[in-house]
Write a protein that binds this ligand. Structure first.
Ligand code: SF4
Length: 349
């Protein structure tokens, strides 16, 4: 009996990638759908990969695996060869990185080809024909990469030439309209799918500009020290660049306060008011940068002052209060006065 042909699908979770994988699976090919994650998109799925796999299998009958690209991605953002899109999104290099990784997985696993849900001309930059060619070329995927939704508008790939799949049962979608995809989804019985705009924070104007400034040296942390946890921290709460470049984050609600507690590293200091509702504050790498430094007392005053300032008011008044600081396994109580807006407004970022 001949071995079943396997294809590697690049799976974003959006409708186009669902359709592309289904089109190929419906031709009797075994599709391994890969979903790449980085701290800039979908990283939290790693917390429960099995739940995500179950969800995708139940909804679309596809087998998906998460692939963590964080390390390479944090480096990539320093200087992407093809530059950035409208915000801090290096879409072309992002795809080259994903496709290269998928190709390696294809080669190592003995799969026969790759597939994506790209549609010719759907996005102004990254899905133009010349850009698609550059991505294919620079990821060394030429001839291996099948785009089932637009395949009939492109040269045949190896999988078609070798008769592994039937080109006649592929599509010729192009352009920005999503009607043909919606129609195809209905024909396939797919009724539930995410909105087209993805969850990539690098395309969000506010967050992207913050990430960009972070890379440009917003806080006094060397680029070579950036870690996944730093990027996650960058996406939470109110951010402050304190005098000296110290990095402080305040939660804006209970959920963010919990998130900060989760993101706390051993050398971070955590602040909160033990007797009143208010923000949790996290001072990044404080042991390393601040312990016994001349400015330690002053920075403690500022952080405690901010925690009190953003705490719940009492009859419309912002009152002084106690702030607990947890650092290096020790707990201290500080008596804090709220900071005035004019003092801290320039530190907000
Ligand atoms: S939007 Fe984000 S995830 Fe998508 S290609 Fe661009 S950088 Fe990559």
């Amino acid at each position: 009996m001949s071995k079943k042909v396997t294809a590697i699908g690049l799976f974003s979770g959006g409708l186009d990638s669902i359709l592309a994988c289904r089109i190929i699976a419906d031709q009797g090919i075994s599709v391994r759908a890969l979903k790449f994650v980085t701290p800039f998109f979908d990283h939290d799925l790693l917390a429960d990969e099995q739940a995500y796999q179950r969800e995708i299998h139940e909804k679309y009958g596809l087998d998906v695996e998460l692939v963590d690209l964080s390390e390479g991605y944090i480096d990539l953002l320093r200087n992407p060869a093809h530059g950035f899109g409208k915000n801090f999104n290096p879409c072309i290099d992002c795809k080259i990185l994903m496709f290269s990784q998928a190709r390696k997985i294809m080669e190592n696993s003995g799969a026969s080809f790759l597939l994506t849900g790209e549609v010719l001309g759907q996005r102004p930059m990254s899905q133009r024909r010349d850009t698609l060619n550059v991505i294919e070329r620079d990821s060394f995927c030429k001839k291996f990469l099948l785009r089932p939704l637009s395949a009939k508008l492109m040269n045949p790939t190896l999988a078609e030439e070798q008769g592994l799949i039937d080109r006649e049962r592929l599509y010729a979608f192009a352009g920005r309209s999503r009607k043909p995809q919606m129609q195809l989804a209905r024909e396939m019985g797919i009724t539930e799918f995410p909105a087209p705009a993805g969850g990539c924070v690098l395309t969000d104007p506010n967050l992207a500009s913050r990430i960009k400034r972070f890379y440009a040296g917003l806080f006094s942390i060397g680029q070579e020290q950036f870690q996944v946890n730093d990027i996650k921290l960058l996406l939470v709460g109110r951010q402050f660049r304190l005098p000296g470049g110290h990095w402080l984050v305040l939660g804006r609600n209970e959920q963010e306060n919990e998130r900060l507690e989760m993101l706390k590293n051993d050398d971070d200091w955590l602040f909160f008011m033990p007797k009143r509702p208010g923000p949790t504050a996290l001072l990044r790498r404080a042991t390393d940068r601040l312990q016994d430094a001349p400015e330690e007392t002053e920075i403690l005053r500022l952080v405690a002052g901010l925690v009190v300032r953003y705490g719940r008011k009492n009859k419309g008044q912002i009152l002084p209060g106690e702030v607990q600081v947890e650092r290096d396994g020790c707990i201290d109580i500080l008596q804090a006065k709220p900071l005035g807006e004019t003092e801290f407004i320039r530190w907000l970022c």
